[in-house]
Design a protein around this ligand. Structure first.
Ligand SMILES: CC(C)(COP(=O)(O)OP(=O)(O)OC[C@H]1O[C@@H](n2cnc3c(N)ncnc32)[C@H](O)[C@@H]1OP(=O)(O)O)[C@@H](O)C(=O)NCCC(=O)NCCS
Length: 210
């Protein structure tokens, strides 16, 4: 079975470094058709094509993939497009602490030195970046990005397609609605509705997102 990384930018490179210890990687796939990635070679691994090439490949062999780029909405689209057609791989850095009572979806990324405590559920296709702490009883929705160094206290519920910016803090029992963005360094002490940008300490809704 071929192993491919869907993405060819920074997140793809980070995923490659973790995955290369476990699998032989056949190449990166440029899902954005970005001319910048034409002929890109990263540590001997090439960008070998785009999504059309995957579709061709799927006709002749089974493949396993990790989708590796930051845009939640496009990552969701690609995940749903290939669900049940490919095998998704989770990328879990060896220096992270993952409690044994953890439920992980598919295509989850967990970066170095993260701590994920007991009774946490991480949905499909979610990115937990370096050094984030997720305490007991949290639910982190699908297609979400938790930034580097984010601290999430116990029993927080984060809906799908949420972005929590680098270094933000979320106190206990908070709910953050679908599609919302929390600015870098913010402190969330009240529930946040769906589809808003909330920033500051304490975090306040700055605008509604379309
Ligand atoms: C929130 C963010 C996404 C910007 O969103 P945006 O829609 O482009 O918003 P703007 O830059 O237009 O800012 C809107 C307002 O929010 C304020 N704001 C933006 N980010 C803020 C933050 N982190 N803290 C406090 N205020 C912030 C701006 O000053 C602006 O205020 P104003 O309207 O009074 O001038 C960005 O500032 C941010 O925090 N990104 C996170 C980056 C990150 O985590 N990177 C790591 C990825 S691995």
């Amino acid at each position: 079975m071929k192993t491919l990384i869907l993405g060819a930018g920074d997140q793809a490179e980070v995923a490659y470094h973790i995955l290369k210890n476990k699998f032989e990687i056949s190449g990166f796939i440029d899902i954005f058709n970005n001319p910048e990635f034409n002929n890109k070679v990263y540590q001997d691994i090439k960008v070998i094509g785009n999504l059309n090439d995957i579709n061709q490949l799927l006709k002749i062999e089974q493949i396993q993939v990790h989708i590796a780029f930051g845009d939640n909405h496009y990552r969701k689209k690609i995940f749903l497009q290939y669900k049940n057609k490919v095998k998704f791989i989770n990328v879990l850095h060896s220096t992270s602490f993952l409690h044994e009572q953890l439920t992980l979806g598919e295509n989850v990324f967990v970066g170095p030195k993260t701590i994920i405590n007991n009774d946490v559920l991480i949905g499909d296709n979610t990115i937990i970046n370096s050094g984030a702490i997720i305490e007991h009883g949290c639910i982190i929705g699908a297609h979400t990005s938790i930034g580097p160094g984010v601290n999430i206290a116990g029993n927080v519920t984060i809906d799908e397609s949420v972005t929590i910016g680098i270094g933000a803090t979320v106190i206990d029992d908070i709910k953050i609605g679908k599609g919302s963005i929390i600015g870098a360094g913010s402190t969330v002490i009240n529930d946040i509705p769906d589809n808003v940008l909330a920033v500051g300490s304490p975090a306040k809704v700055k605008k509604t997102l379309k």
